[in-house]
Design a protein around this ligand. Structure first.
Ligand code: UDP
Ligand code: MG
Length: 324
């Protein structure tokens, strides 16, 4: 076991984790030798995103033998993106890597990321999955739909299939965390900052243990945050739908008036029903789109944080013993 490196922190590794008791020992086993082998001052910022399993207990245990491990515990589950933000806002390294806890992102790549960033003076290094065969078919289809949509919306989302495994310079991290945006989708925000960046490709492995913490509802939330965060195109779509609806309604009005004049009107139930349904549908859809944006404006002006930190092991505070 190597002694903790003294001196400045050259690298912070931010790992969000939610109920990851099954992978945690495997993660430590693989991550630690990589970081120790870099021969530079580092810290691991494990963000415990309100886990209710043994994750906090295991983290506290690891800290006894791993001085560079720092634990930031959030009081409640805030979600993947917010957990990463919590880590970024606390990381002290000159370089910061964000990585998932489940070993789908191979930790060995960190050495290459650091090397590339230093050799080419890059501010951002994206780790791009060149192979998604270990993902489920559903995940692959939804992912490619996601990246297609974002590209069409003109969102500069950086390289496709770059998840949240990336290296960022201090300047990049400061720029990201300075954004007041609440529903920050990092894979969209980071490329939009325009820092010099490079790409490393890797094979994405299957989750080492445990189950995905990304249910469909979280995927939908990420998609909505991405779309509304990237553009107001849906609002414009609502305007167009409203316009088309209005034109159709006008045509039908003329048709109805002509019919009335000629004395043809009476058995008109079908057309009435169809018009009411169509116009009502368009209206509801447009209201929903408006609601998405209004809701976001509302939550932002409330100014509430997206996460609450329960404790940070850096402050010397140790986590309270978990219940049970
Ligand atoms: N995660 C988190 N908070 C959540 C959900 C997930 O911190 O509310 C973490 C999780 O522990 C993992 C990473 O985010 O380290 C990615 O989650 P997961 O592997 O479950 O997503 P998937 O790979 O299935 O998309
Ligand atoms: Mg995963």
């Amino acid at each position: 076991m190597s002694a903790p490196q003294a001196g400045p922190i050259a690298l912070s590794v931010v790992v969000p984790m939610f109920d990851e008791q099954d992978v945690l020992p495997l993660l430590v086993q693989r991550l630690r030798p990589v970081l120790d082998g870099l021969r530079l001052g580092y810290e691991v910022v494990a963000v415990d995103d309100g886990s209710s399993d043994a994750t906090p207990v295991l983290l506290a245990r690891e800290r006894h033998s791993w001085a560079q491990l720092r634990v930031v515990r959030l009081r409640a589950n805030a979600g993947h993106q917010a957990a990463i933000s919590a880590g970024l806002e606390r990381a002290r390294g000159d370089l910061v890597v964000t990585i998932d806890a489940d070993l789908q992102d191979p930790p060995e790549l960190i050495a290459d990321m650091v090397r590339l960033a230093r050799a080419e003076s890059l501010d951002v290094v994206y780790a791009v999955r060149d192979d998604r065969t270990t993902d489920t078919r559903f995940k692959r289809v939804t992912a490619s739909g996601y990246y297609d949509t974002m590209r069409r919306l003109g969102a500069d989302h950086g390289p496709s299939n770059a998840g949240d495994y990336r290296l960022m310079s201090r300047a990049t991290v400061e720029a990201v965390t300075a954004l007041p945006e609440h529903h920050r989708v990092l894979r969209l925000v980071v490329p939009s900052l325009g820092f010099p960046s490079g790409v490393l490709t890797y094979r994405r492995d299957a989750r080492a243990a445990g189950r995905s913490k990304y249910p469909l509802s979280s995927m939908v939330r990420l998609a909505l945050d991405s779309i509304t965060g990237a553009s107001i195109a849906p609002l414009r779509l609502a305007t167009w739908l409203g316009f088309v609806g209005a034109v159709v309604a006008l045509g039908l009005l003329v048709y109805a008036l002509v019919g009335y004049a000629v004395g043809l009107n009476v058995p008109g139930w079908t057309s009435t029903f169809m018009v009411v349904t169509a116009v009502g549908g368009v209206q509801l859809l447009c209201l929903g789109i408006l609601g998405e944006y209004v809701g976001r404006t509302y939550t932002m002006q409330l100014g509430r944080p997206t996460y609450y930190v329960a404790h940070d092991s850096l402050s010397g505070q140790e986590p309270p013993p978990p219940p049970g």
